[in-house]
Design a protein around this ligand. Structure first.
Ligand code: ZN
Length: 310
């Protein structure tokens, strides 16, 4: 399995207000802020990483909170739903919690034999919880979200596409996924290299309107590989298949490659190494503002422009 795609690594989305984003993910959903850093391409903007205790790949949702950014539009050519697993029987707890915090949610639905609770974050980003008994990942626990309800990490993400074929081909021919099931216009692809965060749903939407990337929409999805040696093997495969891809980029906590898949979604391939404890110990993850070394000399100026989190 060492040279394979190991499901999802992280998903990155765009938010507006940083405080509101931080409050929703850490307090309402009970995620751990595992890293507080800046957008490496725009250091006046935060980059938040929310996940489980260690920030295990497959649990990490990251945000660029851009103050004052307008609302985007979900549509074709983007990831349009992020699904986390929660323990069986916990959807009732979450509905009550969503009422308490005025989180918009829908009636529970059944999809491909599983129970889903769909809801949106304060920027309108589409999320859902699915009940499962098979996910043994240890969740991050908070004062009011116990182990019998806490999210364990990603289950899947949905990509909305005008034509699913070219994207499906990348998933199957390069990334090693197989078509597992289908319901209406939803095609479920899965990899058996890992037990969780191993599903991509493709939603065939030939008459859909293209999405517009701004607040409340997904920016990219990152697939996981063990290390940068495997990553570079995938770079060769993607180039050989006729797609363009960036060189390897050092993101401090992992190495990244990016390419726009033919359906329009920005894909990343990200490594397990070196991980989030590279610049702060496990117990202190997310407590301080971490800067990449090129911005460390400008720390005072950067701290001045970033909104203060309460
Ligand atoms: Zn990324």
């Amino acid at each position: 399995m060492d040279n394979k795609i190991l499901g999802l690594h992280h998903i990155t989305a765009i938010a507006g207000d940083a405080q509101r984003n931080f409050d929703f993910y850490t307090k309402v959903l009970g995620q751990r802020l595992v890293k507080k850093t800046v957008n490496f391409d725009d250091p006046g903007t935060y980059h938040f990483y929310f996940g489980n205790e260690q920030g295990t790949p497959g649990t990490i949702l990251t945000f660029f909170p851009w103050e004052g950014i307008g609302k985007g539009r979900t549509g074709t050519g983007m990831a349009t739903e992020i699904t986390y697993t929660v323990p069986a029987g916990s959807l009732g707890f979450w509905k009550e919690r969503f009422k308490q915090f005025n989180v918009p949610f829908e009636e529970t639905i059944e999809r491909l034999g599983e129970k889903y609770l769909r809801f949106t974050d304060p920027d309108g980003l589409q999320l859902s919880f699915v009940e499962t008994v098979t996910d043994t990942r240890r969740p991050w626990i908070t004062a009011d979200i116990a182990e019998n309800a806490a999210t364990k990490g990603f289950h899947s993400t949905t990509l909305t596409l005008k034509d699913i074929e070219p994207t499906a081909k990348i998933l199957t021919d390069i990334f090693g996924y197989t078509l597992q099931s289908q319901e209406d216009n939803r095609y479920r692809f899965i990899t058996n290299t890992v037990d969780n965060a191993n599903i991509i749903d493709l939603l065939a939407t030939p008459n859909g309107t293209p999405g517009y990337n701004a607040g409340g929409t997904n920016h990219h999805i990152a697939f996981r590989v063990a290390d940068d040696k495997v990553q570079m093997e995938f770079r060769e495969k993607i180039l050989s298949a006729g797609h363009q891809i960036t060189p390897k980029i050092d993101r401090d906590y992992f190495f990244s490659l990016y390419f726009r898949e033919p359906g329009g979604v920005l894909f990343e391939i990200a490594t397990d190494n070196p991980g989030f404890t590279v610049d702060e110990p496990l117990q202190q993850l997310g407590t301080g503002l971490r800067l990449p070394k090129q911005y460390e000399p400008a720390r005072a100026d950067i701290e001045k422009v970033l909104p203060v989190l309460k």
